[in-house]
Ligand binder design. Structure first.
Ligand code: ADP
Ligand code: MG
Length: 697
């Protein structure tokens, strides 16, 4: 039996494999690009391509693909084989440096939001040497960025890499000010915790809503939900355990450090967490993880649901983005240090995050906005749509002491005075756990908890990196010109706390009183839906920052706003159409048919026993008849709400109509259908129920 050590990374062209197979100069050059962000030397492509191909072929690959992340949110690939005709009538396996570096997928059907005119249909993909190539099936997958010929980013990787570069640049300026001359690069690290549901494939196949939209659009609550709290961290069932075991092996082969797995709060819900890594790699690996999760599920007769809200009434699925900043030498800049001087640097980075989250609350909200995630945020199971930061008691006390020039009443009762050398030494607050905060400090990292389970983590990290780069830039600009560094530093930390403390909230984020306080007293933003927040991507404050940090161009921002809103409208419209189909062709006929059967029963009973009472049947027939009439009416309303969308003058208006008429129309139809389900006999109901789905594995 192969051990984990044998299989780990066996399908990845990782550092070990590169070192062993690449010519020394090629290896050194690629390593420089990976470690220090230096541009890739094009001269090394030929050597890299040959070694990569030989390794891939030896491991069973026959094809290669440029693997990229278009704005559809999933990954894309187009396979080409390595074969090339040989003069003797046979074939040789070939792969050139040119093919490695650049690809030209016929990309006209990927969303571009108007960035790529049709005459310019061929976007191109460019090798990203900072993310390792890997083998999937018989294909060598080369992670790439995807751009239009005019140079506009058409994917999520390009702006992510740009945001990492922006943060690198500003963070290095700060480190130099603190006398750090050794660090060559600063990068963010991410460990995304991924939630998902597993349902039986046979049951899934019977539900049009699950198949077409990934979530249940109908379904009365099961008699048992999550109220017993008996699933979270509960014993894993054998079938699920077998799934997790195979999933782990597949992920390990791909060099993904799948580490923790456990049952989640809702029945049939689970979580997988990898060990954190560089954000770029973590993003690629999370996309791959989601793909492998679904693939492995089908081998076990299961379906892995990654939708944010597959079932009403039980918790939905999110993704916790654990995020930190570190130097290439491994120093975590969000880790409180041993000495006051280290702590001053820590406090500055902490303040940079606080300022960034407050200044760009809207961008963080936008970065997690999808039709699916709108069902979670603010629904008492996930953080609210209001962004705030949790720091924990100890850090909070430190910040208050600095703000008010009062003694710090922490573990060491240090007197606070101006100047770096007396900033307090404090312990990292590891015990405090707050699960309701959208953005929580957890000792040496921040956990951004608003992400939806199906979303690429790229979007959230692009905004986070850029916003923090912007804070650091403001700080560096000020400190580089300061006469007295220590005084300026102390004043700046103090000012940040004063100006941005409204974003800090250490209480219960699920509490309605908090939402009132946040919006009314503190002036924090509360964008409840995708339709509400997305247009603000283009607000001048946001566009100015993202453009000046070199992360997006104006045209890219416009296109992304359009694509995200289009995606929102399309997703909900498909859901509405699916509901109409199910209501008209499955639910209404089933309920009406059962009512007719019940009515026929009355006649049959009376034929035998003329005086018999039929109160049960009569009432049931009546109730179901009223419901089916109502269902017909609400279906007609929904049909016209969808039809009305054609009249929208632009995508912003259409998304508002989706929010104001289509979604409420769907809810109204569902309520009647779910009631009909509770009155119709189980054998007459046309598809599996919540109890079947949630407890069927
Ligand atoms: P939780 O209590 O939320 O489950 P864990 O300590 O288990 O917290 O970590 C959850 C995730 O955070 C894991 O993916 C882990 O690798 C990641 N993580 C831990 N330290 C860091 C760090 N310094 N930077 C980024 N992610 C980290
Ligand atoms: Mg967590």
């Amino acid at each position: 039996m192969e051990t984990v050590k044998d299989i780990f990374g066996s399908l990845v062209f990782d550092d070990r494999t590169m070192k062993a197979t690449l010519p020394a100069n090629v290896y050194a050059s690629i390593k420089k690009t990976i470690d220090e962000g230096k541009p890739l030397d094009a001269g090394v492509a030929e050597g890299a391509a040959t070694a990569m191909k030989d390794w891939a072929v030896a491991n069973g690959a026959t094809h290669y693909t440029h693997w990229f992340q278009p704005l559809t949110g999933i990954t894309a690939e187009k396979h080409d084989s390595f074969i090339s005709p040989a003069p003797d009538g046979g074939v040789i396996m070939e792969f050139s440096g040119k093919e490695l570096i650049k690809g030209e997928p016929d990309a006209s059907s990927f969303p571009s939001g108007g960035l790529r005119a049709t005459f310019e249909a061929r976007g191109y993909t460019a090798w990203d040497p900072t993310s390792f190539a890997f083998i999937k099936g018989k294909t060598l997958c080369i992670p790439t960025a995807f751009c239009s010929y005019s140079g506009h980013a058409l994917d999520k990787k390009t702006p992510l890499l740009r945001s990492m570069e922006a943060l690198n640049k500003q963070a290095l300026r700060i480190l130099r000010l603190f006398g750090n001359t050794e660090a060559r690069a600063v990068r963010t690290n991410v460990g995304p915790e991924q939630e998902y549901f597993l349902v039986d494939k046979k049951l899934y196949d019977k539900r049009l809503d699950l198949r077409l939209t990934g979530r249940t659009l109908f379904g009365a609550p099961a008699p048992k939900g999550q109220e017993m709290d008996d699933h979270y961290f509960g014993v894993i069932k054998p079938r699920v355990a077998a799934y997790m075991e195979e999933l782990n092996r597949e992920l390990w082969k791909l060099g993904i450090l799948a580490k923790t797995e456990h049952n989640e709060v809702a029945p049939a819900q689970h979580e997988l967490a990898p060990i954190y890594t560089t954000t770029n790699l973590a993003t690629d690996q999370n996309q791959l993880t989601m793909e492998i999760m679904q693939k492995v599920a089908s081998k076990h007769g299961l379906v892995c649901l990654l939708h944010e809200k597959p079932f009403a009434g039980v918790n939905g699925s999110g993704k916790h983005n654990n995020w930190s900043i570190a130097t290439d030498l491994g120093q975590n800049l969000l880790s409180p240090g041993e000495t006051p001087y280290e702590n001053a640097q820590f406090l500055l980075f902490l303040c940079a995050v606080i300022k960034a989250v407050d200044d760009y609350q809207d961008l963080l909200r936008i970065s997690v906005a999808t039709a699916g995630n709108d069902h979670r945020l603010g629904a008492n199971e996930a953080p609210p749509a209001v962004v705030s930061i949790f720091l924990g008691d100890e850090l909070n006390a430190v910040l208050e002491a600095i703000e008010n020039d009062t003694p710090y009443q922490g573990a060491e009762k240090t007197q606070m005075k101006l100047g770096v050398n007396v900033l307090p030494k404090f312990n990292r607050d590891a015990t405090d756990r707050n699960r309701t905060s959208p953005f929580a400090f957890t000792g040496n990292k921040f956990e951004f908890r608003m992400l939806g389970s199906s979303n690429s983590i790229a979007c959230a990290n692009i905004m986070l990196n850029s916003a923090v780069a912007q804070s650091l830039k403001t700080y560096a600009d000020r400190l580089e010109g300061a006469e007295d560094f220590e005084t300026a530093l102390h004043e700046m930390i103090k000012k940040t706390i004063k100006d941005h403390k409204r974003i800090i909230f250490n209480g219960n984020g699920y509490d309605d009183a908090w939402i009132a306080e946040a919006t009314e007293k503190r002036g924090l933003l509360n964008y409840r839906t995708t339709a509400d927040c997305m247009p603000h991507l283009l607000d001048k404050k946001n566009a100015d920052m993202l453009i000046s940090q070199g992360v997006f161009s104006q045209a890219e921002l416009q296109s992304r706003c359009d694509i995200m809103l289009e995606n929102y409208c399309k997703t909900v419209t498909i859901e509405a159409r699916t509901m109409i189909e199910m209501a008209e062709r499955q639910i209404a006929p089933a309920a009406a048919g059962f009512a007719a059967k019940t009515a026929a029963g009355i006649a049959a009973k009376k034929a035998v026993l003329p005086g018999v009472g039929c109160a049960y049947e009569t009432k049931l027939t009546e109730k179901l008849s009223l419901l089916t009439d109502g269902i017909a009416e609400k279906t007609a309303d929904l049909i016209s709400a969808v039809k009305e969308l054609e009249k929208a003058k632009d995508i912003i208006e259409e998304s508002a109509m989706i929010r104001d008429t289509v979604l409420p129309g769907m809810e109204a139809l569902r309520a009647l259908c779910d009631e009909a389900e509770t009155l119709t006999s189980k054998e007459d109901w046309p598809f599996p129920t919540y109890a079947d789905l949630l407890f069927g594995v």
